[in-house]
Write a protein that binds this ligand. Structure first.
Ligand code: LLP
Length: 906
């Protein structure tokens, strides 16, 4: 189909503005892409205005031309002429009249050079866009898409802004772009597809002016506003704005929807993909702005528009800027002194400096100067400081960096930021500023602190539920998934393939169509009938109370557990793996792990009973009690378990019990790690482990009572995703072990984390193994043990619940279910994140934002906040994922509710 075969457009057909940058217009192939995209928009019923930059490198060449010596100008022009003529030939066009005209005009300007005149410089530099747009018009017209050429200077009129100096007025001008129906009608009368220049405009004197850095994006925005376009599309080489700079945070997620203000904040605080200036014209004219990736045209990219529909409050991005200068002004006389600030700011104005952030105290005002807004050479800062010194004590702090969290409703998220604040707490923070529009929170720190901090902060925000990456309508794929080398590892959980079976286990009768789905799409309650577990299931029979009860119910998937066990057993550097029984003591799980060759680590007589029942005579058992009564130790020793001590007390007070025994010693390495404060087990505030300052005393007592220390142990916490942790602990334990002499093994603890928030990266077991193998070479005499719980079982378990009631209170939709904090306490205790899906409506659109709550009489009985789920009804089956670890094992009878049922899939 040729373009000319399309029906003509209606006179009021909406405009779309497409903008392409320098690399996108530099080759014939790229121009074909532009033509295809413009044709597509035309075919969709739009008038099209294409805005282009100069060919890549040409603006710099023209700037060079303005600055170079007279003798060199001829050669510089000739290069620019050749570059364009070569592209004309590559495009298989005959000499293009427009291109030749602008080349001639450039040569003429150079002949009559007036390098000192800003108007001349602007006129010269404007030629890059005049040339590229002429080239494009010829190419597209010659290839079946008649394209008119528009001189942008006839449409964009620079504003006379008194506060701008001459340089800014000529080289970084601003335009007031109000919708202009006359221009729109005039163009509509002349054609359907047009091309024009970015970066240039005209002032009231008729001179050409430039729009400064990012000028082409800004031109596109101005044009969109003038034409009141359906949208402005900025085509570039990345898919849009991301939650963080992807070069530093590869896991940063694409931001699919933003409102103008958020996008403005992100652009102004560090993101480079869009110039902050181009947002306000679009916002004023209510024109949406899309960022699109030329390499992935099918991807929606980032859509910036009026406030998007309802979604959970979330941080949208974390950005950073370097090169910030802080000016701290101290005076004792400032308090309530009329006009002090006015006097001070007058000095900033006099030196042409615009202030960004402000912090104030009774005797101090500190402000920041952003290099993006100021020409910050040390001279100007020194002159300012000299003037300020006349009215206050001045300190200039540089170089600093500003780290900014951006998101609508920042204040309502402060409670989730404790991890971020703790991270900053370790460094020297010069200034914290919360914007009065409630959109950003900025920390100014020494520039050196910035290295490596963004990935950590990004992860903390995701983990704290402050960056709600579960909202897939807002947060798109990660940069790594889009552009990373190799495929991003996305595991589909086992329960997707087990849906029908899980619904049956939750008491939903198989549907007549054999889909086993109750209540789906009907909004009706799904009936509760007897369960019929398949022969492959081991499910205790439903508890009787006159009616069968199926939920809440934990379901465990043994194949997942076995696969995990094998992965750990395959680690070359680890000699023995113990399973931490506390994570889940279900007999079928213990048996499966014993069969896979794991030992069992226990912390109570009850766990020892369970472990003994599941294990064989060969199963190695560990006993790692903490503040347990003497009798527990006596019992374990009687049963021949390996005992771990973590205090002086047993040796001081029960020496007869331990005399002649071999023990392991758990030490406190002075720091804790993990997914939440409550699971970090190191440092003085944690009750675990022997502090190192008592190490010598312990060894002395052990010698005295003939107790041999045959192993060292450390466990710093639970939910660690950093692969370097265990090798580090190994090295530390090895050097302590060298001081003892009798040590045979080092138990590096558990704590292996599983990612819970969408987008979090997996713990790289191969990396742990490789790093451990390396450390091991330095201490080959010690056997290495691990004792993980979570990593083996978390993903293997789900909790099934049935919806009990729904309720709307104010703007909040509550979704009640029969599993509460009595069945799964982790969300209430640790703010833990468990994915929740409506298994009865797995394919329905998740269009409602729910607080998912249980039946317990506590306000904290919340399983998930602000969860996107399909509108749900009584009887629907909810699946709470990743509940295999510390779910059932931490359950209680609170409110005298019975414990959850269980079932096991072999
Ligand atoms: N070894 C010792 C000495 C431990 O105290 C623990 C866990 C483990 C091993 C196993 O840690 P894992 O690999 O499972 O992270 N209830 C919390 C977790 C508490 C862990 C207690 N100790 C949660 O639900 O996150």
């Amino acid at each position: 189909m040729t373009d000319s075969a399309l029906a003509p457009l209606a006179p009021d057909a909406p405009w779309v503005v497409l903008k392409f940058g320098g690399t996108s217009v530099a080759t014939a192939g790229r121009w074909r892409t532009i033509q295809q995209l413009a044709s597509r928009r035309r075919a969709e019923g739009h008038r099209v205005l294409v805005v282009v930059s100069a060919l890549s490198g040409v603006t710099d060449a023209l700037k060079g031309l303005c600055a170079c010596a007279e003798a060199e100008r001829g050669a510089a022009v000739a290069q620019i002429v050749d570059r364009h003529r070569e592209l004309v030939a590559q495009m298989q066009l005959d000499a293009v009249e427009g291109v030749e005209r602008w080349l001639a005009s450039l040569q003429a300007l150079v002949r009559d050079a007036a390098p000192d005149r800003l108007a001349w410089q602007a006129a010269v530099q404007a030629h890059g866009e005049l040339l590229s747009s002429s080239l494009g018009a010829a190419f597209m017209s010659a290839n079946g898409l008649p394209t008119g050429w528009l001189d942008a200077r006839d449409a964009l009129r620079a504003r006379e802004l008194p506060f701008l100096n001459e340089r800014a007025r000529m080289l970084s001008a601003q335009v007031l772009a109000e919708p202009d129906p006359v221009l729109s009608a005039r163009l509509a009368g002349a054609g359907e597809v047009f091309i024009t220049q970015g970066f240039i405009a005209r002032n009231a004197d008729g001179d050409t002016v430039l729009l400064g850095r990012g000028g082409s994006d800004t031109s596109a925005a101005y044009m969109g506003a003038l034409l009141r376009a359906a949208r402005v599309e900025i085509w570039t080489d990345v898919a849009g704005m991301f939650t963080a700079d992807p070069r530093q945070v590869p896991g940063a997620r694409l931001l699919q929807r933003l409102d103008y203000d958020e996008a403005q904040e992100i652009a102004s605080t560090g993101a480079k993909v869009l110039h902050p200036r181009c947002l306000s014209p679009c916002r004023r004219a209510r024109v949406p702005l899309w960022i699109k990736d030329t390499q992935h045209p099918g991807l929606d990219g980032t859509v910036i528009g009026p406030q998007p529909a309802e979604s959970a409050p979330s941080i949208k991005a974390i950005s950073s800027r370097r090169g910030i200068t802080l000016v701290s002004m101290e005076t004792s006389g400032m308090w309530q002194q009329v006009g002090f600030l006015a006097d001070v700011f007058e000095l900033f104005k006099r030196h042409g400096l615009s202030v960004d952030l402000i912090g104030s105290a009774e005797t101090n005002v500190t402000v920041s100067l952003d290099p993006a807004e100021n020409l910050l050479d040390s001279d100007v800062v020194a002159r300012l400081a000299a003037d300020l010194a006349k009215v206050c004590r001045v300190k200039v702090i540089a170089p600093c960096a500003a780290v900014t969290l951006v998101g609508r409703g920042m204040r309502s998220m402060l409670h989730r930021l404790s991890g971020v604040l703790a991270e900053f707490g370790r460094e020297r923070v010069h200034l914290i500023s919360q914007s009065s529009n409630n959109l950003n929170l900025t920390f100014v720190v020494d520039e050196g602190m910035l290295d490596g901090v963004l990935p950590r902060l990004h992860e903390l925000l995701v983990r704290a539920g402050a960056l709600r990456t579960d909202d897939t309508s807002l947060f798109g794929p990660s940069w790594q998934e889009l552009y990373g080398k190799g495929e991003a590892h996305v595991r589909t959980p086992w329960w997707h393939a087990e849906r029908a079976r899980l619904l049956r286990l939750a008491g939903v009768p198989p549907s007549p169509h054999g889909r086993g789905v109750g209540g789906e799409g009907t909004g009706e309650p799904a009936g509760l009938v007897g369960s019929e577990p398949s022969p492959a299931l081991r499910a205790p029979s439903p508890r009787g109370r006159g009616e069968a009860v199926f939920t809440p119910r934990y379901v465990y998937h043994l194949p997942t557990i076995r696969a995990r066990a094998r992965a750990l057993r395959a680690m070359r550097s680890v000699d023995r793996v113990y399973y931490a029984v506390k994570a889940n003591a279900h007999p079928a799980i213990l048996q499966a792990l014993v069969q896979e060759g794991l030992g069992l680590e226990c912390v109570s007589p009850g766990e020892l009973d369970a472990a003994s029942a599941a294990g064989t005579a060969e199963t190695p058992l560990l006993f790692t009690p903490n503040f347990a009564p003497r009798a527990d130790y006596a019992g374990a020793l009687q049963r021949g378990m390996t005992l771990t001590l973590d205090a002086l007390h047993p040796l001081l007070h029960w020496p007869d019990l331990l005399h002649g025994r071999e023990v392991m010693l758990r030490v406190d390495l002075g720091r804790g790690l993990g997914h939440h404060d409550k699971v970090r087990t190191g440092g003085v505030t944690s009750k675990f482990g022997l502090p190192l300052d008592q190490f010598a005393a312990f060894l002395e007592l052990a010698r005295e009572h003939d107790v041999r220390v045959v192993g060292l142990h450390a466990h710093l916490g639970s939910g660690i995703l950093d692969a370097s942790h265990w090798p580090l602990v190994c090295g530390q334990l090895a050097s302590l072990a060298d001081r003892i002499g009798s040590v045979r093994c080092l138990n590096l603890g558990g704590g292996l984390g599983v990612p819970s928030h969408p987008g979090e990266a997996e713990l790289d077991i191969a990396a742990v193994d490789a790093a451990l193998a390396e450390v091991r070479q330095t201490c080959p005499q010690y056997a290495l043990w691990l004792e993980p719980g979570r990593w083996l079982v978390a993903d293997a378990g789900v909790l099934l619940a049935r919806v009990t009631q729904t309720k709307r209170k104010g703007a909040i939709d509550y979704l009640g279910c029969d599993a509460g904090m009595h069945a799964l306490i982790r969300p209430a205790l640790y703010d833990a994140w468990h994915e929740i899906v409506n298994l009865s409506r797995l394919d329905a659109r998740a269009d409602t934002l729910y607080q998912v709550v249980g039946p317990i009489c506590e306000s904290g009985d919340v399983l998930g906040s602000d969860r996107h789920l399909p509108r749900s009804a009584e009887g629907d089956v909810l699946l709470i994922a990743q509940a295999g670890a510390y779910g059932e094992s931490m359950a209680s009878h609170y409110n005298l509710r019975p414990l959850a049922e269980t079932a096991v899939i072999e």
